[in-house]
Design a binder for this molecule. Structure first.
Ligand code: SF4
Ligand code: SF4
Length: 82
């Protein structure tokens, strides 16, 4: 799940540039979640948002978590990339 705090967003566009799946878009003054269903919860937007306006909650969409927990059997470890 992804959330953007409008009051912290400076409108710098960076999150829209780093997102590999085109999840985020800009309105006149801030970013918004345009296509949440495309999000793979990679965390790139959160890591690159200097004001800390983006929060990504890891869930089943996180590919690293799926690999660690379901393929490598590391149950409960999550992705560790947030
Ligand atoms: S990177 Fe952060 S501050 Fe910049 S547009 Fe995205 S949410 Fe706003
Ligand atoms: S977590 Fe990754 S895929 Fe999801 S919106 Fe952020 S950069 Fe895009």
């Amino acid at each position: 799940m992804i959330a953007i705090e409008d009051n912290k967003c400076t409108g710098c566009h960076v999150c829209t540039w780093v997102c590999p799946h085109g999840v985020l878009a800009m309105n006149a003054s801030s970013a918004f979640v345009a296509y949440e269903e495309r999000c793979i919860e990679c965390g790139a937007c959160e890591l690159n948002c200097k004001p800390g306006a983006v929060q990504v909650t890891k869930g089943t969409g996180c590919m690293v978590a799926i690999i660690k927990e379901d393929i490598l059997g590391l149950k409960g470890k999550g992705c560790g990339c947030g």
